[in-house]
Design a protein around this ligand. Structure first.
Ligand code: PLP
Length: 354
């Protein structure tokens, strides 16, 4: 057995990969593979409808919020959002809390003006800024709720009086939030909600249709909403895996139950890090992510030795991102508590052996 802590694409529940494997051979007793059916057939339409309504249910969305499954990853949203919301002479306020927000800033600047609402760049993004500049007059405010690479997470979402847009790629469905208070939420689903290939977008439709720019139809959220997320061939298999993951989430108690479990998993690991003489957490305590736990050792040699030890003990995916170094353990919804217990045991064994 492998213990998978990869940052993305990441661990999926075994029930989900089993079901997805069956669907590749014979989908729902149709005698056809999910990979070879038409997307405009009732067979797939049911998958799409269930996926969209599970998102609404799990997030408790109101009637203004529409759910889309799109192509192109969260990265395409960095571009599609300003294309749909921002005029050239208007300003978007963006919280600069890491690599992904940096990309959101770069892409938005192709369409309009960007104001940096706050930044933690001065300390290699190892904290969440305590205050943000007033965003009065901004067209919308963008933040990255969880910073996958540096392991920080907004525990309290700033209250702003402009539309709120959030990249939730790495903590969607992991904790309770007032999802209706966001006007646009997006996430590549491969971290917490499925397999690579689909991007989830939740949009308050009242914010659309307010700019003069001509939007290419395939990039126009309104067109996707009108077409019930089937403007062109959707990523059929990725959406199936997402739907199965959302079903699994619901069966296992929904977002509230996930939050409880994720708090427990990350608390155990941070407690151990705080007691360890070898491993040290890199993030300011109040801002530690429950999804991506980043830590280092004193020297490179020790780092290499622990990586080798982890490999021998079937621990996968814990090497840190090259920009933050050290280690990163991702504890998404599908990572069971027992895997975290196992990892901590192995870290202790290693620490005692040196
Ligand atoms: C992984 C990630 C992305 C990039 O997602 P893609 O689907 O690869 O485009 C963007 N934002 C955050 C917060 C991420 O964790």
């Amino acid at each position: 057995m492998m213990y998978n802590f990869n940052a993305g694409p990441s661990a999926l529940p075994k029930e989900v990969t089993d079901e997805a494997a069956k669907a590749i051979i014979n989908f729902n007793g149709s005698g056809l593979s999910i990979l070879e059916i038409g997307h405009r057939t009732p067979l797939f339409e049911e998958v799409m409808n269930e996926a969209r309504s599970l998102v609404k249910e799990l997030m408790d969305l109101d009637a203004h919020h529409e759910v889309l499954f799109l192509h192109g990853g969260a990265t395409t949203q960095f571009m599609q959002i300003p294309m749909n919301l921002l005029e050239e002479d208007e300003t978007v306020a963006i919280a600069d809390t890491g690599v992904w927000s940096g990309k959101a800033i770069d892409e938005a600047s192709c369409f309009g003006k960007v104001a940096i609402a706050c930044s933690s760049k001065d300390k290699n993004y190892n904290y969440i800024p305590d205050t943000i500049e007033p965003v009065v007059g901004a067209k919308y405010f963008h933040l990255t709720t969880n910073n996958t690479i540096f392991g920080t997470q907004w525990k309290n979402i700033p209250q702003v009086n402009v539309p709120l847009v959030a990249d939730m790629s790495s903590d969607i469905f992991s904790r309770q939030m007032d999802f209706n208070s966001f006007d646009l939420i997006y996430a590549g689903v491969q971290k917490n909600a499925g397999a690579a290939g689909a991007t989830l977008a939740v949009i308050n439709k009242n914010i659309l249709g307010k700019i003069k720019r001509r939007i290419p139809p395939i990039m126009d959220y309104a067109k996707h909403i009108e077409a019930k997320s089937m403007l062109n061939t959707p990523p059929v298999f990725a959406i199936l895996v997402s739907m199965l993951t959302l079903r699994w989430l619901k069966t296992n108690g929904g977002v509230a139950a996930m939050e409880k479990l994720n708090n427990e998993k990350s608390r155990m690991l941070y407690d151990y890090l705080d007691s360890s003489a070898l491993f040290k957490g890199t993030v300011r305590k109040d801002d530690r992510s429950n999804m991506n736990v980043c830590f280092v050792t004193e020297d490179n040699l020790m780092e290499k030795r622990f990586l080798e030890f982890a490999k021998q003990n079937n621990i996968y995916g814990i090497k840190g991102h090259r920009l933050s170094g050290g280690f990163r353990v991702s504890l998404y919804n599908a990572t069971p508590l027992s895997s975290v217990q196992y990892l901590i045991e192995q870290m202790k064994n290693f620490e005692n052996s040196i």
